[in-house]
Design a protein around this ligand. Structure first.
Ligand SMILES: O=P(O)(O)OC[C@@H](O)[C@@H](O)c1c[nH]c2ccccc12
Length: 255
């Protein structure tokens, strides 16, 4: 599915010889009213799309910065349901694609069909569900047909070639290429083999390939961005918003 809004937005960047930049924010960190403010700020700064994290009690893939942001959001009573409702309230002001990142459990509790319908009303263009393996993805994939919402797969550094082929073949929106083994968070160095890994991924993927995990400085945005079609930055953005350091957010976008 290369005609989805999300894929188009990234392909437009590639055509302009730019890289896609997708920041991750924790929905409702420091209160649900920050959601609109942060999304409109990032849109104004020129990001390609935004990944909106839903706080969850058992965030197995998240490092400390995102875990703590999730705990703050949960303390403010933020749920998948009130995030979608809030997004729907200012949907018309948002022109860039929005992606929801959530673990599977909140979707199952919500009810799959109702969730997908509400995503449509809130202007959601993609889903990242880290604990939904390819083998189980039919669960959602079938209900998503015709919705225009992309199911974005994650590919890890250790995925063997055969699995990479299977995952990318079903890829929608973009491929989320995880650049480190382990949890999200700030990191100093990357695998020497990263360039070759991205070459292999881009060669088989029908949709753009974005790199995420451990990218936290403008310098890393440039070096890792050069290997992929763009980057996803989570912990560094979450941290900068929490410290109200909007200049740091902009520096990452501009890189
Ligand atoms: O925080 P980092 O290292 O910049 O990585 C991005 C990441 O935070 C974001 O995409 C994300 C947050 N939680 C996740 C869980 C799984 C996969 C991805 C994510």
């Amino acid at each position: 599915m290369t005609d989805m809004k999300l894929t188009k937005a990234i392909n437009d960047c590639i055509e302009r010889r730019e890289k896609a930049f997708v920041p991750y924010i924790m929905a409702g960190d420091d209160g649900l009213e920050t959601l609109k403010k942060n999304i409109l700020f990032l849109q104004e700064a020129g990001v390609t799309a935004i990944e909106i994290g839903i706080p969850f009690s058992d965030p197995v893939a998240d490092g400390p910065v995102i875990q703590e942001a999730g705990e703050r959001a949960l303390a403010h009573g933020v749920t998948l349901r009130n995030v979608l409702k809030e997004l729907a309230s200012f949907n018309k002001e948002v022109t860039i694609p929005l992606v929801i990142m959530t673990y599977l459990n909140p979707i199952l509790r919500y009810g799959i069909d109702e969730f997908i319908k509400d995503c449509g009303d809130s202007g959601i263009d993609g889903l990242i569900i880290p604990d939904l393996p390819l083998e189980e993805s039919a669960l959602l994939r079938d209900s998503l047909v015709g919705s225009g919402i992309a199911l974005i797969p994650l590919v890890s550094l250790t995925s063997p070639p055969d699995r990479i082929r299977k995952i990318t073949a079903k890829g929608e929106g973009f491929i989320y290429a995880v650049t480190v083994n382990g949890i999200t968070g700030v990191r100093d160095g990357f695998d020497d083999d990263l360039a070759a890994h991205f070459e292999r991924l881009k060669a088989v993927s029908p949709v753009p390939v974005l790199a995420g995990f451990g990218i936290s400085t403008p310098e890393q945005v440039r070096t890792i961005g050069a290997l992929a079609d763009g980057v996803i930055v989570g912990s560094a953005i979450v941290d900068a918003f929490h410290r109200k350091d909007l200049q740091a957010v902009e520096a990452l976008v501009k890189a």
